[in-house]
Ligand binder design. Sequence first.
Ligand code: FAD
Ligand code: UDP
Length: 385
Amino acid sequence: MATGKLLMVGAGLSGAVIGRTLAKAGFDITVVDARPHIGGNCHTERDEQTGVLVHAYGPHIFHTDDAEVWDYVNGFATFKPYINRVKTTARGQVYSLPINLHTINQFFGSTFRPEEARTFIAETQADATIATPRNFEEQALKFVGRDLYETFFKGYTMKQWGCHPSELPASILKRLPLRFDYNDNYYRHRFQGLPEHGYTEMIARILEHPSIAVHLGTLFDRSQAAEYDHVFYSGPLDGFFDYRLGHLGYRTLDFERFTHDGDYQGCAVMNYGDADIPYTRITEHKHFAPWESHEASVCYREYSRACGPDDIPYYPIRQVREKALLADYTALAETAGNTTFVGRLGTYRYLDMDVTIREALDTARGFLDALETGHPVPTFFRSPL
Ligand code: FAD
Ligand code: UDP
């Protein structure tokens, strides 16, 4: 059995999963989080006025192909089946996303069958002159063509990222499928669902262990590190070094809460594709818990903007400037000593929850292996670069 004192900075999924795994291996774990609650950005809470379970930092749907991760989360919560079916309002109509046969037939006023739609898009819409898309816009033009791109992606993406889609990597659009059947499941993954009582309850159970102590409302500063044998840091990489090389760029989100009697929009997530609507989407939280029954409804209008020093960082921007700065911070991190940088902020990457858990499990196991073999503990188990 291993012994020693370890500090987890952050009580989100990264800190909770690493902490739990290493508590089971025999370590004393302290978890600190600056916020007054556990759960990080997956935090869910009951809205006082309506009683609806709210995804406080934006809608979170669990989806994965990783059977070990799926078993892991099911060990701490009852997952209810849930398929994310997103709608979008664009140019005066409501369409189904991701782009599927229904979207295509509605958009072009057609009654195509799957192969007809595929041929129609390939022969009349897609830009065949683009061999290898170099950016988001080229990726869209190559696969769906200008009309669908400008209706569903261009305006939304400019609002979401604050720049032209030609300045963004193609990989962002590759997250979305394009389908030539009526399957409107937003995700492709085998396992999909939502924890019946929310993510915060699930994460509380992960943290429930006699060797884990959690301190909320506690900001980490580097002087605390000396009291521990090792630190796992899931806060912002640049913040660890007091932003001494500058700020890594992020987008932040503002949520405008409003309530409604009854059903406001008939679905959990309604996107807004038009550039002149200032918000990107509206989330109606009660539709994330169809097994509950609520007359009153609470919704969040979501606005995206550049992240200032006092805002919550949400989406890493990872353009050319940020990548150069990230390389400098990554080199600096190697000098931190007894610290491993983890999670979406510690490695400055967009990570879905399942990937966060996979990496947290691998990080904890890698740490134990390093101790056993006498190798140095890596600063990053997954390189941010
Ligand atoms: P976080 O959840 O950010 O936790 C880090 C914690 O560290 C925070 O609680 C913070 O307060 C704390 N902290 C930071 N610095 C300090 C410090 N100096 N001192 C003390 N505490 C500190 N994933 C999906 O799989 N499905 C989805 O549908 C989905 N939707 C998303 C929607 C949005 C809008 C966003 C932004 C993300 C979404 N994600 C989704 C991703 C998901 O939120 C992440 O995978 C997950 O939150 C990562 O967990 P983490 O522990 O690494 O980071
Ligand atoms: N996107 C879009 N229109 C939509 C939904 C998504 O243009 O209605 C773009 C947007 O740039 C987004 C990307 O596709 O960042 C990936 O979509 P996803 O749903 O994964 O969004 P995210 O997780 O970034 O919010």
